[in-house]
Design a protein around this ligand. Structure first.
Ligand SMILES: Nc1ncnc2c1ncn2[C@@H]1O[C@H](COP(=O)(O)OP(=O)(O)OP(=O)(O)O)[C@@H](O)[C@H]1O
Ligand SMILES: [Mg+2]
Length: 278
């Protein structure tokens, strides 16, 4: 899902990202939690023997979001920067190389196969290629290994709902957000900083700035997060942040912040179904 990311042509001053060439989209909301995963994935990609890391996990678990932070933290590690390639819109494996070439602003030529052009361009580059949403074109994965074996300083960070199953791949499974223990609900302060609840509250605040977690709504909020299996996208859709369409807002979420929308009451097909594939 790319619904809340946007590209800023001029990064704000003081942001170290502006010192290095990159084409990373910038999220419009803060990253919540994920400190350990960011550190672990960065450590993995910094290892000299690791060239290809695939962040895997179910739809909406936060692969792209995590990978964006990892890539941002690694900007200083790659002299030629980080290039972001959005693959979600393509379903034809034959379009993978043209899409990468387009992102790198390489012009296609009738005289030379695209793979050769890409190899020539990337051969001496110390670059991180961030390939977002590879699951629907996974049969093109051998092309990636071909590029990697020809370009010794190239590394790849891939997000995919399934592994690529190619040599040299290091899978990094992305877990759901940490959930509170409903049997031992902590006090409000601790609960509001537990990751899944913090995401719910962040989105609720965006909708209702006066909203506060209280002894009354704490348990319903925690229950919603647990019911949604800690999936960030489901929590976003389940929070009252999503005002349109109203039918996607579970009644429990609206009750939790004290405002049930009659139109959404009892509506089926909401994000409350944790098995829903986003
Ligand atoms: N740790 C987080 N903090 C804040 N927002 C998050 C976090 N993780 C995910 N999100 C938000 O949840 C939504 C889903 O996350 P994301 O798009 O990264 O999922 P995904 O695993 O890449 O899904 P897909 O398989 O559909 O590509 C996005 O709007 C994202 O910004
Ligand atoms: Mg994604």
């Amino acid at each position: 899902m790319q619904d809340n990311i946007i590209v800023f042509p001029e990064p704000p001053p003081g942001d170290r990202a502006h010192l290095v060439t990159h084409t990373l989209p910038r999220p419009l909301t803060p990253l919540i939690g994920r400190e350990q995963e960011v550190q672990a994935a960065c450590r993995l990609l910094r290892r000299p023997d690791v060239r290809l890391v695939t962040l895997t996990g179910t739809g909406g678990v936060g692969k792209t979001r995590l990978a964006l932070q990892v890539a941002t933290n690694l900007l200083d590690d790659f002299a030629d920067g980080v290039s972001f390639v959005l693959l979600a819109p393509i379903s034809d494996p034959d379009l993978v190389l043209p899409t990468i070439a387009q992102a790198l602003e390489i012009k296609e030529s009738e005289a030379r196969p695209l793979l050769d052009l890409l190899k020539a361009f990337l051969r001496d580059k110390h670059l991180l290629l961030f390939l977002d949403n590879f699951e629907q074109i996974v049969t093109a994965a051998p092309r990636l290994t071909e590029l990697l074996s020809f370009c010794p300083q190239l590394k790849m960070l891939v997000t995919s709902r399934s592994t690529l199953h190619v040599q040299g791949e290091h899978e990094f499974p992305v877990p759901p957000l940490t959930l509170p223990d409903l049997n031992q609900l902590p006090d409000l302060e601790v609960l509001s900083h537990s990751v899944a609840v913090a995401l719910f509250l962040q989105r609720a605040h965006a909708a209702k700035p006066v909203f506060q977690i209280t002894t009354v709504n704490a348990r319903p909020i925690a229950e919603i997060c647990v019911h949604l299996d800690g999936l960030p996208l489901a929590i976003e859709l389940g929070s009252p942040h999503q005002t349109a369409p109203a039918t996607r807002t579970p009644r429990a979420a609206e009750s939790a912040i004290g405002g049930v929308d009659e139109r959404s009451a009892g509506c089926p097909g909401s994000a409350a179904d944790p098995a829903q594939d986003y």
